[in-house]
Design a protein around this ligand. Structure first.
Ligand code: ARG
Length: 579
């Protein structure tokens, strides 16, 4: 249930009855301070300003028309014209009961499901995936899960870098290596060193360099032998990525791969189309678009090369082709790109040109969901101690090792298999959550101690809160669905927890629209903290607790656990029963 939406439509209709035209929104937000009710309508002031009337008077007229029978038990006008709404405890309780009885916790699916293309992860297959791809993979995957939960048709697109000049060198190297070893014995154990080895070969052996250049041409010309080698290399490299996706509990599969090479045939057609439309012109042998829309301060247009002198195509050309495919074949309503903010000019250029060329119709949403850089604790881009790029696989192994020590300290009695399983969930959860919980547009500092702490806004804190609730149920000897008495919200801590629980859907809805998964994290963290204070003040299983209170509180515990579980699951983070 989406209380914010219900209140919005109620207040909106009261505003209309008070003579305010529909373009003024009631602007309902959850109150920060319970003294000001549970929700506030802040939209009256701007309506009053436009009508040049006194906002408090207008608020009084609106409140006179406002029918919140059964929903709120108090509505007050405050300050310059805020309307504060206090929800009726019985209304809240009924809504929580309904959530508890529903596997989806009462979250409704979208009334008009959309086709949403989510472009994320997208490593360059020539090299090993590094921490820079971690953010895209983790944040994009959370968004994909969340939108799927709302019933949208989510099309994951792993726009891998699988084309371009490097692959001439790599296929030539692969061929020579295979001549020695044979495909069945060959394993690309270390992509990074394979790349270094071929690069060295290329730099030191002119004959090999010629061959590599020849292979690029052959590859682009569709030569069977080189294509086969290329495919073998791509498969091996993708296996590496997939091992990481598995480890990270990321939902991408082979079916989601649609890389740069897939657009190869469309590129000449596309450039011709841009020429026909007069959007590109020849400049020193290259095909170039000049975009006045993105001109700099001096008025110089922004330059996009779509075809190089000599005929090669570029990153931007492929991205334009991808938009055509996403519109014409995938029928996208929205396309969300989870890509580093350093690519924001590239995205702007591609979007602008796609709109001008009519590849992207006006009603298609194209959004660059940019994110900042992952920094080390020294405030510089995250590197190994020796200054190299941190490999994702190594990073995850270190996380698992560190979590293993922590879990063993916390609960020395665990059997080793169980401890290993818990450590894995804690480690992966911690790494993902550390990334997800920061406002994605900012840079963020990677810190082992902060992310693995059991205090604060971390995955281990939330996982621990979940296990504590599971242990209450074990002690009580009941299951969440066998509790009979109703939810009653009397103590302020019960009420505060109840309000937060009732806000699950509206929070998810906001993330659905704005693609800011850190809001899920802040919500879950607030929820767990409110739960802790509820648990401190409102005993559940003590002897002096009445059976009615016990049932009601057990239900609040059960709903909190279910909300933590589903919320973390939408972030791709697992929970466990003990820790
Ligand atoms: N492969 C690119 C990189 O590693 C990211 C691709 C992102 N997606 C896109 N449609 N441009 O930088």
């Amino acid at each position: 249930m989406n209380i914010r939406k219900i209140l919005s439509s109620k207040v909106q209709s009261a505003m209309e009855k008070a003579g305010i035209p529909g373009e003024f929104s009631p602007n309902i937000t959850p109150s920060k301070n319970p003294n000001f009710g549970d929700y506030q309508a802040n939209g009256v002031m701007s309506a009053a300003k436009a009508r040049k009337t006194n906002p408090r008077e207008l608020a009084t007229q609106i409140v006179a028309q406002l029918d919140l029978e059964g929903i709120a038990d108090k509505v007050e006008i405050a300050g310059p014209g805020f309307i504060n709404i206090h929800l009726a405890p019985a209304y809240l309780a009924t809504s929580l009961e309904a959530s508890l009885a529903d596997d989806r916790l009462g979250v409704e699916t979208a009334a008009t499901p959309q086709t949403v293309v989510i472009d994320y992860s997208a490593p360059n297959l020539a090299k090993e995936m590094h921490v820079g791809h971690l953010r895209s993979t983790i944040i994009g995957d959370a968004q994909a899960r969340l939108m799927t939960f709302f019933g949208h048709n989510v099309v994951r697109q792993n726009h891998i870098g699988d084309w371009g000049t490097q692959f001439g060198m790599l296929t030539a190297e692969l061929e020579e290596t295979l001549q020695g070893e044979g495909m069945s014995n060959f394993q690309l154990k270390d992509l990074e060193s394979f790349y270094q080895q071929s690069k060295k070969h290329f730099d030191e052996d002119p004959e090999f360099a010629d061959k590599a250049r020849d292979y690029v041409v052959k590859l682009q010309g569709g030569d069977e032998n080189v294509l086969k080698l290329w495919q073998q290399f791509i498969d091996l490299s993708l296996q590496h990525s997939e091992e990481l996706y598995d480890k990270l509990n990321v939902s991408l599969t082979r079916n989601d791969v649609y890389g740069e090479s897939a657009y190869n045939n469309d590129l000449p057609v596309l450039v011709k189309d841009l020429q026909d439309k007069g959007l590109v012109q020849e400049d020193n042998g290259a095909q170039v678009a000049f975009l006045d829309e993105l001109a700099d301060k001096e008025g110089n247009p922004s330059v996009v090369i779509v075809q190089k002198q000599g005929g090669g195509y570029l990153y931007a050309t492929t991205d334009l082709a991808a938009i055509r495919y996403r519109v014409n074949t995938l029928n996208a309503d929205r396309v969300l790109y989870f890509i580093d903010s350093r690519q924001s000019l590239h995205m702007k250029q591609v979007f602008t040109l796609a709109r001008k060329a009519g590849f992207a119709p006006d009603d298609l949403e194209l959004t660059h969901c940019a994110f900042g850089t992952m920094m080390g604790e020294d405030g510089k881009p995250f590197k190994t101690r020796s200054g190299g790029v941190v490999k994702l696989a190594d990073l995850l192994d270190e996380a698992i090792e560190r979590a293993g020590t922590l879990v063993a300290d916390k609960n020395p009695d665990l059997e080793s298999a169980e401890r290993a399983d818990i450590a894995r969930k804690v480690a992966i959860g911690a790494v993902k959550y550390a990334d997800l919980s920061k406002t994605r547009t900012n840079d963020y500092i990677f810190s082992w101690d902060a992310m693995l702490s059991f205090e604060g806004n971390t995955a281990p804190y939330l996982q621990y809160a979940y296990t504590r609730i599971q242990s209450i149920f074990r002690k009580a000897g009941v299951t969440p669905d066998s509790i009979s008495g109703p939810i009653v919200l009397s103590a302020p801590q019960e009420r505060a927890l109840g309000v937060k629980l009732a806000q699950f859907e509206e929070m998810l809805d906001q993330v659905n629209r704005e693609a800011l998964p850190h809001l899920v994290c802040s919500y879950l963290y607030d929820l767990a903290s409110l739960y802790m204070s509820f648990y401190e003040h409102c005993p559940v299983l003590k002897d002096n607790v009445t059976p009615e209170d016990r049932d009601s509180r057990l239900k609040l515990c059960a709903l909190t656990a279910a909300t933590l579980k589903i919320g973390l699951d939408l972030l791709g983070i697992e929970v466990m029963d003990i820790m």
